[in-house]
Design a protein around this ligand. Structure first.
Ligand code: COA
Length: 256
């Protein structure tokens, strides 16, 4: 793709590697563009699974590039936020499952890339955090929206408000990653998972992904209104009547 992003495809499994290990794979503008191009290529190649990881022994992605962000004014910051948002939305809506192979540090924008993926497999060496508060900012590439969805509101607030850096095992307990494996087994495990996903019916997988993504669409107000309408519509059904009558009669309900 360019010097900072590698792309490969093999047996329907595309792999994108952020390759700036001397800067712990921090994402500068060039790398963000290259990642976006790599995603487009994977889509053109009709990859059945996409894996995203980081080069080197230490980092998945240590975040947005702080040396680039340091002197940004509001309009440049908006532009940089847009680049990151577009990238992570493209990951989230990629028409096949995307696995984050978290091989080390995943901070700030690196954690947000992982949040945009369908599943996260962490090496036992991974350390993950929305650490932006330490820089006097907040997560700017979707972390405030996607993190609470994944780990729940209070845990997300704590992670974001305190900028905690959690190790792989804690991340797993919090639901931030799906599984943790020994460091030298990370890519074997991801290969197995990817091969299994690649053998699943691709249209059904893409449909499942789109449908699950839909469940996160729309503002909370719309969700609450939907809930209220649906809740109301259950009144008068056999099961609602039966369930409530059974409770009051202290017997087991006989549902349809
Ligand atoms: N942006 C720009 N450069 C970064 C970076 C980032 N997010 N994270 C690391 N780097 C650079 C360092 O400046 C250093 O560059 P240098 O060798 O030219 O001085 C290089 O990567 C290695 O990092 P270093 O801090 O020396 O490694 P370490 O092993 O001591 O610490 C971290 C690793 C990840 C704990 C530390 O680099 C860190 O906290 N990074 C910032 C993480 C962060 O806040 N990310 C959120 C950004 S929104």
């Amino acid at each position: 793709m360019n010097d900072t992003v590698r792309y490969e495809i093999d047996g329907g499994v595309a792999t994108i590697t952020v390759d700036r290990p001397d800067k712990l794979n921090a994402l500068n503008v060039e790398t963000l563009h290259a990642l976006r191009d790599a995603l487009d290529t994977a889509a053109e190649d009709e990859a059945r699974v996409l894996v995203i990881t980081g080069a080197g022994e230490k980092a998945f992605v240590a975040g947005a590039d702080i040396s680039h962000m340091k002197d940004l004014g509001p309009s440049e910051a908006h532009e940089y936020a847009t680049l990151g948002h577009d990238l992570i939305e493209a990951i989230e809506s990629f028409p096949a499952p995307v696995i984050a192979a978290i091989n080390g540090y995943a901070f700030g924008g690196g954690a947000e890339i992982a949040l945009g993926c369908d599943m996260r497999v962490a090496s036992e060496r991974a350390i993950i955090g929305q650490t932006e508060i330490d820089l006097g900012i907040i997560p700017g590439w979707g972390g405030t929206q996607r993190l609470p969805r994944l780990v729940g509101d209070e845990v997300a607030r704590r992670l974001i408000y305190f900028g905690d850096r959690v190790d792989a095992s804690d991340a797993n307990e919090l639901g931030l990653v799906g599984e943790v494996v020994a460091h030298d087994e990370l890519y074997d495990r991801v290969d197995d998972l990817a091969a299994e996903l690649a053998s699943q019916p691709a249209f059904a997988l893409a449909a499942a992904k789109e449908a699950i993504n839909q469940s996160h669409e729309g503002p909370q107000a719309a969700g609450l209104a939907f809930e209220r309408r649906t809740w109301t519509s259950l009144f008068g059904t056999h099961d609602q009547r039966e369930g409530m009558e059974a409770f009051l009669a202290d017997r087991e309900p006989d549902f349809e």
